[in-house]
Ligand binder design. Structure first.
Ligand code: MTE
Length: 318
């Protein structure tokens, strides 16, 4: 595949975005949030669209999921995002406002009892919403800790009614280059595609996210529905999902298609397995310059290590 320019997260983060640029951007966005700065025309932060599920937030926190570090500040997590559909840099929040999240239909396809489509609000209201505090470790060696709202992916799998012969669930983001100008970059294999084994998808940690910080999910985080699999590198956490396809074939995922030497299907966090171009031994906590040691499975080994027993021939950590 022709790659015109490598994605910024294929280089160490410190090379991709100098700290002083980060600082200035945060300062700028902070000022915007505080209402002390306006953009040209004053329309950049137009009146918030009302989310039809707003009444469901904040969801009750599930105390089984605890953190070993403070939560990342909302302003930091909201202004440093990977969402290539809206640009191959971290400052996509403004551009992502173009994402039209209603009406939004999610389809269940492939090896299911009956293929069907459901409106996102019907789906969200049918699910038991809760809040979970999760870490997220990006392959670029930065991390955050956030309060996601959503529901266990096992509930979604139950809802989809897959056949027992299904081995994987493939998830895809919307594809609309008119709305998302990043999708005009034809050298990327749109739509963004990710997958999990059925055992991973039904593990207690796999979480479908619909909100964050006690509110419906802002667009830059992948509204109205995204994945959180905290033991894997962040690129597995597919955003703005429109399709769940159940299959017995392992999918070739988005970044695997772009650069299979560096990114694979499993992408489990392991500090001892370096990325071909940088170490994964430590991570920078978003919002600070502090680095902390990275943990195997991002610290979630107790819940997930057994998923990989008997997969010795596989490259589980890229
Ligand atoms: N999903 C889509 N559709 N497009 C993307 O570019 N980027 C991934 C993942 N999901 C991405 C995506 C990567 S590389 C990371 S690290 C996380 O989203 C970032 O999530 P955040 O912006 O909420 O921190």
């Amino acid at each position: 595949m022709l790659i015109k320019s490598p994605p910024s997260w294929q280089m160490p983060e410190r090379e991709a975005t100098p700290e002083h640029v980060l600082f200035n951007r945060r300062h700028f966005l902070g000022a915007l949030a505080a209402g002390t700065t306006t953009l040209i025309g004053g329309s950049a932060f137009a009146a918030r669209e009302t989310d039809p599920t707003a009444d469901l937030y904040p969801a009750k926190r599930n105390g089984n999921f605890v953190l070993d570090r403070p939560l990342t500040k909302e302003s930091d997590a909201s202004s440093y995002n990977n969402f290539y559909e809206f640009g191959s840099h971290k400052r996509i929040a403004m551009e992502a406002r173009r994402l039209k999240i209603r009406p939004w239909t999610v389809s269940f396809e492939g090896m299911v009892e009956k293929e069907r489509q459901v409106d996102i609000d019907t789906l969200i209201r049918a699910m038991p919403l809760e809040e979970r505090l999760y870490r997220m470790r990006c392959v670029e060696a930065w991390s955050m800790a956030v309060p996601w709202s959503g529901f266990a992916m096992s509930e979604l799998v139950k809802y989809a009614k897959p056949l027992s012969s299904a081995k994987y669930v493939v998830m895809q983001t919307f594809h609309d280059a008119k709305m998302a100008s990043g999708q005009k970059q034809v050298w990327y294999p749109w739509p963004y595609t990710e997958g999990l084994t059925m055992a991973e998808a039904t593990n207690e940690l796999a979480f479908m996210v619909t909100g964050i910080y006690g509110k419906p999910l802002p667009k830059q985080f992948g509204a109205p529905l995204r994945l959180a699999v905290p033991w894997k590198y962040g690129f597995k956490a597919v955003k703005s999902i429109v399709r769940f396809k159940f299959t017995d074939r392992r999918p070739v995922t988005f970044w695997e298609k772009v650069q299979s030497a560096e990114y694979g299907f499993w992408a489990n966090v392991n500090p001892k397995v370096s990325h071909p171009r940088w170490s994964q031994a430590s991570e920078r906590i978003l919002g600070s310059t502090k680095r902390v040691p990275t943990l195997l499975y991002n610290g979630y080994g107790e819940q997930v290590a057994s998923l990989y027993d008997g997969l010795k021939g596989e490259n589980l950590f890229k």
